[in-house]
Structures are given as C-alpha cells and as structure tokens.
Design a binder for this molecule. Structure first.
Ligand code: SAM
Ligand code: SF4
Length: 344
C-alpha cells in the first residue's frame, strides 16, 4: 500500500456516509439530465408531451455540483439518464467533467441508460472518458413493432449504436420492458440475440408511472409467468449476484448468458434499495414509487453554500420511505410523474 492509498482510504472511511432512517446506505445516484427524448415509447410517454421550460431544468454546472456533492458524501455509482440523456446539449461536457471522480478514485462507476439512437456518435467519446458499461433499452428486433412501440423510431439506428458501443469496448446490457400484447412472444428470441452477441439482458415489468394512453392492465406481463415459460425450454440457474437493486439474475445455461428480472410489482425489492434519483429540475426523489421530493434547485438558486446543499441531501436521504406502493390493478398511476421525468 502506498501512502496515497492509505490517505485516500482513511479519507473515505472518515467521510460520513449517507445512511437513511432504516439503516440503508445510499451509494448510488441516478441523475436525469433532461425530460426530453427523440422517442415516445408507449409505456413511458404520452403521444403529445409538454416538456419543461429550459429555465426549470438544471444547467450542466448545477448538475455537476449536485452530483459532485453526492460523491463527496460517499456515492460510489452515478448513472446518467433521462428522458434521453444523449439528446441533452453538452452532455459529454457533463459526463467528461464527472469522470474526474473516477480518476480520483472517489467514484467506482459512471454509467448511463440510453435508447441508443445517438450511440453511434457518442460511444467512442463515452469510452474515452472512462465509461465502461452502459444500458441500452430495446424491446424488439422487429423494425415495424419498434416503430409502433416508440412511435416512429428507427431500429437500424439503435442496432448501429450497439455495434459502435461494442466496437468502442463498452459493455452493453439490454433492457426490455415485457409487454403482454407486443413483445411477449418475441422475448426468447431477443434474449438469445443479446446473449449471442455477448450482451447481458434484463427484463422489466411495466410500472404505473405517469399517465399514458395505453391501459396498463393490458400491457402488464408478470415476469414470474415469463420465467415459467422460459423454463419450459431453457435451464435457468439462479445467480447470487445482487446489485442492491431490484434485479434478480439467472444464468441461461442454453445460451450461456445472464438474464435479469426487474419485478417491482410481483416482488418487492425495497429492503435492499441503495439508490436515490435526481430529476433534471433538481427534485431529489428518495423513492421511485412515492411522491416525496426535496428541491435541491431551490437550494442552489437561493445562493446556498456547499454546506446547505449537503444538509438538504442528508435530510432527504434520512426521510427515504421504507418502500413503494405500486399496484397494477389501480386505475390511477401510483405517481403522476412519468419515468422520463424521474429518470429510469
Ligand atoms: N431514454 C433512455 C432509455 O430509454 O433507456 C433512458 C430513460 S428511460 C425512462 C429508462 C428506462 O425506463 C427504459 O429502459 C424504459 O424502458 C424504462 N421505462 C420507461 N417507462 C417505464 C414504465 N412505465 N415501466 C417500466 N419501465 C419503464
Ligand atoms: Fe424516451 Fe426512454 Fe421514455 Fe422511450 S423509455 S420514451 S426512449 S425516455
């Protein structure tokens, strides 16, 4: 061990970590950098969305300041999301700037979730600033269904983006939302395709966030049912791996790849939750499924000092709710804001 390592280890240990009122350490921040998107996925957005006026959205400097305050409080993982993060002007300046925390050893991982449409352009730059893994959302390999589900998207662009990401050396995980009437029958093919390219794959249940045109009880497909179906022709072996998040992983022996299940509705994952989310307006949500939020933008724009920001973050984390309260059968969404606002 060098003296430097001793000092940094000591520094880290001495840093008061963010721990909530239920004793859960919060070490993971999801940062939404925009509510805008170049797609309109049917389960995520309404067809005609009203986006936020620019003045309400945090500047790149404000986003950096808040994210860096979290890093100073012991956050080890940052995920950039949205809306679509790669449509935010200057997003590479933000990501490049935040990568200084990777270089200093204060951050373990800087990553992002993207729809992939602009990855062909951004993948080399992302790899260049130290991003190692990304999540790409892709629900189907059928160009027509892709166009319908995203209301006009071009599948070829996403596939080219995934190619570019792999060529740049990024590890890619594919996230697909399981939709009863749309991609249910295609899921085995999608999983086999991902595993055939050496990509991990995660399936997500639809969550009742925000008003959309479609009826969620129609779209909802239980992943317990998907798993039973997959097990009728594949061997799935449970993996002990836990990310502190909602995913449970299996090894698909037949394809040689890893498959995750995110089941907020049929399996409650709150007891091990280590994450909080910041919207692009500076609202800090300590739980995806509850309305509670702290307004960090107000702290910054009132000219708050670093200590005010840290106090506001600590207060919000301390009040992190015990768990969410999603029920697909309810007519109303559990929370009014869309996933694109909170950041998926
Ligand atoms: N635009 C980027 C993308 O699509 O990857 C990042 C933001 S998007 C809101 C993040 C993830 O949330 C995507 O994987 C998307 O499929 C998922 N998502 C959006 N609305 C959802 C909902 N109502 N239920 C479950 N997942 C949802
Ligand atoms: Fe855009 Fe992502 Fe929402 Fe689709 S899921 S509309 S790509 S923010």
């Amino acid at each position: 061990m060098t003296l430097y390592a001793d000092i940094s280890e000591h520094g880290r240990a001495a840093r008061p970590a963010l721990v909530d009122g239920f004793g859960r350490a919060v070490s993971y921040l999801r940062l939404s950098v925009t509510d805008r998107c170049d797609l309109r996925c049917v389960y995520c957005m309404a067809e005609h969305m009203t986006f936020l006026p620019k003045a309400q959205v945090l500047t790149l400097e404000e986003l950096d300041r808040i994210a860096s305050a979290f890093v100073g409080l012991g956050t080890r993982k940052l995920r950039i999301t949205g809306g679509e993060p790669l449509v935010r002007k200057g997003v590479m300046d933000l990501i490049g700037g935040l990568s200084r925390h990777l270089a200093s050893g204060d951050l373990d991982e800087l990553t992002l979730t993207t729809n992939g449409t602009r990855l062909a352009e951004f993948a080399p730059q992302l790899a260049g600033v130290g991003v190692r893994r990304i999540n790409v959302s892709l629900d189907t390999l059928r160009p027509d269904l892709f166009r319908t589900l995203t209301r006009g998207g071009d599948l070829a662009k996403v596939l080219a983006g995934i190619d570019a990401a792999q060529a740049a050396g990024l590890r890619v995980k594919i996230n697909a939302v399981a939709l009863k009437n749309d991609n249910a029958a295609e899921l085995p093919e999608l999983i086999a395709w991902a595993h055939g390219r050496g990509l991990d794959m995660t399936l997500i249940e639809t969550m009742p966030l925000g008003e959309v045109e479609a009826d969620r009880t129609d779209q909802y497909l239980s992943l317990a049912a998907v798993r039973r179906e997959l097990e009728s022709f594949w061997t799935l072996t449970d993996l002990p791996l836990s990310t502190g998040g909602p995913a449970r992983y299996v090894q698909v022996e037949d394809t040689g790849g890893r498959l995750g299940f995110i089941t907020p509705l049929s399996h409650n994952f709150c007891e091990s939750c280590n994450r909080v989310r910041l919207t692009c307006t500076g609202a800090l949500h300590s739980c995806l499924g509850q309305e509670d939020a702290s307004d960090l933008r107000a702290v910054l724009r009132a000219g708050g000092a670093e200590s005010d920001l840290i106090d506001a973050i600590r207060l919000a984390v301390d009040a992190k709710p015990k768990g969410h309260d999603f029920q697909i059968a309810r007519a109303q969404p559990a929370v009014a804001r869309h996933m694109s606002t909170t950041g998926g």
